[in-house]
Design a protein around this ligand. Sequence first.
Ligand code: CA
Ligand code: CA
Ligand code: CA
Length: 348
Amino acid sequence: MNSGSDNVIRIKTRSNDGGPRIDKVIISAGGSGYTPATTPSSTTKPVTTPTPTSTSAIPVEGDIILSPNGSMTLQQAIDLIQPGKTIYLKAGTYKYSKTILIKEGNDGLPNARKTLAAYGDREVIIDFSAMTENSSNRGIVLDAKYWHVKGITVKGAGDNGMLLSGHYNIIEKCTFRENRDSGLQLSRYNTSYNTKDKWPSNNLIIDCLSTMNMDSRREDADGFAAKLTCGEGNVFRNCIAINNCDDGWDLYTKKQTGAIGVVTLENCQAIGNGYGVNGKDTGGDGNGYKLGDDTASVPHILINCVAKNNKKHGFTGNGNPAKIVLQNCTGSGNGGKLFDRLDNAIFK
Ligand SMILES: [Ca+2]
Ligand SMILES: [Ca+2]
Ligand SMILES: [Ca+2]
């Protein structure tokens, strides 16, 4: 489908009676037909603010509808849902104190994703505030393929709000806030996966917001972290990281695990990281975009990204010697440099 132009849907009969009989055709915008970007677009698009709200849809047979005080838990629904079907969450707050795990192998299909989505336009909050701060207390772990998570807020987890460790997933219009490590992290879940091809790949994170994430060490909680053990083909589009304890985005690498995949950021904004919403120094690093480390050369691609009022640098290579692409990237009001240690970067 091309937006802004006429699109034709052809329906071919496979029956003897001159069918098909069509009851309903539902057309929705964006998302499921996503193919990861491989080449940076040369067009300049204005940066738009994501609105982390949900959209209405019509449930069909096989979907599951949950309500905050219903008898079925989100984990039960996740373990039951079939490809092409949706778990709808009615508005309200769902309180859980245990990690929600979408297991490896609990996959959708390329043309029939498993969907987890807000039902209606009011806020759906999955609240893990009852957890203690601990590296195993992530909120949601998505370790499967071909899921679409849309319009939910994940707050208060004892570690990452979401650990995205699977492949070919779409995370859309979600908010990650007040988690006690990075809001959304892309890294392996299975710690025996030692090669990059097994690390999270080809995921799209679109129209998401990550804010007020804070760990007690004031060291790790970034807005978005695609680091350490992150694979190829992951894209962040139209996302905002604001007032996180550590960095807005962190693409750090470690010598022990080696290079991560190239990450693409399009139309993203990093604002006020290293400061709380009250304007006070969090004690964290406070870079808008930390683009690696000197242990690996990874040529990340940033297009139309903005860094404003972060405590430290707007964009820092942090020692990554690669030809990082920075196309139409701008910013102002950062405490350090706008572009730091990006000597080999390609500015377009
Ligand atoms: Ca942690
Ligand atoms: Ca740090
Ligand atoms: Ca960091």
